[in-house]
Design a protein around this ligand. Structure first.
Ligand SMILES: Cc1cc2nc3c(=O)[nH]c(=O)nc-3n(C[C@H](O)[C@H](O)[C@H](O)COP(=O)(O)OP(=O)(O)OC[C@H]3O[C@@H](n4cnc5c(N)ncnc54)[C@H](O)[C@@H]3O)c2cc1C
Length: 394
């Protein structure tokens, strides 16, 4: 049996190892366009490789995977984050679970993962053909019994050319996981400020996300913003990254509860300066900025600002508005949403409905996750299932 894998990335190499273990006699060839296999894995997680997540903070899979959650629910029933943990530990890679639920190798070195895969592929006899860009999947299908496409995220539509002649449904690629540019906002002067529990949303839409928010010299970043960029990736591309960001600096508390907390403060501390009474969760420089933005003078005391002042401050704290114009990459971490539509594949096997023997795994599918190890988890799980399906069909 001859099997071709297109792309020596996370999904492709994982799939190759699992295939050769199940079908030792099979010829497994990986075609890789670049000069080195696993080049992206080597730089994941800032070189530390956040290879999965405990999923403990995730109530609903859609919160982690804005696209592809239904497919992944099925795929994870075969191979999930716990299987990933066990798989790597069985291979001798000790793992550590951080407080933020992210999982890394204890070595904190992505090269440990790259070297493990390279060693196992060599031991098992997987053939890796580097500098071999596949131009036509269809042509390769004539040469092999099975073909697994694991080419990763397409950043440009012309990368879909390799699917010509297959009559597949393809979803145009757009970026996911980015930070927001706020080119006109003076809030950027507060760069480096972090609010641990903010809620970010887009005006006029249902997209919202919570978590730490970081003010940067170009705008806003941090987990709340990255999650929002992922949830709203397609919408933001459609409006050309020109939108209104609403920030609730009080972790999502509504206007009334923010106002009554302010009212209590005003009653307790009538003579205290408003600028000097920032809540614990809002750093003092940001508080001064928000007080000024609410048109409250820096020398005003609580007793002086009256119900209108309190209302304006409560409105700013719970519904602060910024004009987004453009996006920036987050630490070069870049994930695409879009790719091979899930309508093309059998979600039990990852085999193409129209072309038996053709499989897809990893980011080439219209599946993507937020940061935190979810994208690599999707690559391992889909790579595993593709290998299992091919070996069971054999
Ligand atoms: C800087 C950075 C940091 C990241 N950090 C994390 C992290 O810590 N945790 C996490 O979960 N996710 C992280 N991600 C996302 C994660 O790396 C990807 O989701 C994951 O690598 C996808 O795996 P894949 O196998 O589908 O694709 P890839 O790993 O991208 O591999 C695809 C391979 O296919 C090859 N290829 C493409 N086209 C062809 C062709 N026509 N012919 C032959 N070969 C081809 C490419 O050269 C590439 O080697 C990060 C991404 C980036 C960019």
């Amino acid at each position: 049996m001859k099997i071709a894998i297109i792309g020596a990335g996370a999904a492709g190499c994982f799939c190759a190892i699992e295939l050769k273990r199940r079908l030792p006699e099979a010829i497994v060839d990986i075609y890789e366009a670049g000069s080195k296999p696993l080049a992206k894995v080597a730089i994941t997680g800032g070189g530390r490789c956040n290879l999965t997540n405990s999923f403990e903070s995730i109530d609903n899979l859609k919160d982690a995977y804005p696209r592809g959650d239904k497919l992944l629910r099925r795929v994870f029933s075969t191979f999930d984050n716990r299987d990933t943990w066990e798989w790597f530990e069985n291979e001798g890679v000790k793992l550590v679970l951080q407080d933020d639920h992210c999982v890394f190798p204890t070595s904190q070195d992505a090269m440990q993962i790259v070297n493990l895969f390279l060693t196992r592929m060599r031991q098992l006899g997987v053939n890796i053909l580097t500098r071999h860009k596949v131009e036509s999947v269809k042509a390769l299908m004539d040469e092999y019994d099975s073909v697994v496409v694991t080419t990763g995220g397409c950043s440009r539509q012309d990368e879909f050319k390799m699917f010509e002649g297959l009559d597949l449904e393809l979803v145009p690629p757009v970026p996911s996981l980015f930070t927001f540019n706020l080119p006109t906002s003076p809030v950027r002067d507060l760069m480096g400020t972090v609010v641990e529990d903010a809620q970010a949303s887009l005006a006029g839409t249902k997209f919202k996300a919570s978590g730490p928010l970081l003010i940067t010299h170009w705008g806003m970043s941090g987990p709340a913003i990255l999650k929002l960029s992922s949830y709203a990736a397609r919408h933001l591309a459609e409006v050309r990254y020109d939108s209104t960001l609403l920030v609730n600096w009080c972790g999502g508390d509504d206007l009334d509860s923010v106002r009554s907390a302010l009212q209590n403060n005003a009653v307790k501390n009538p003579l205290k300066l408003v600028v000097n009474s920032h809540p614990e969760y809002i750093p003092s420089r940001l508080w001064t900025y928000l007080v000024t933005k609410s048109k409250i003078r820096e020398d005003a005391r609580w007793a002086e600002i009256g119900p209108k002042g309190l209302n304006r401050l409560a409105e700013t704290l719970s519904n602060d508005s910024y004009h987004i114009k453009g996006q920036s990459r987050f630490k070069e971490e870049f994930v695409t949403c879009g790719g091979v539509s899930l309508t093309n594949i059998n979600n039990k096997t990852l085999e193409c409905v129209k072309h038996p023997g053709l499989y897809f795994a990893g980011e080439v599918l219209d599946v993507d996750g937020i940061t935190g190890g979810f994208n690599l988890q999707a690559a391992w799980s889909t790579g595993f299932l593709a290998a299992l399906s091919i070996s069971s069909n054999h």
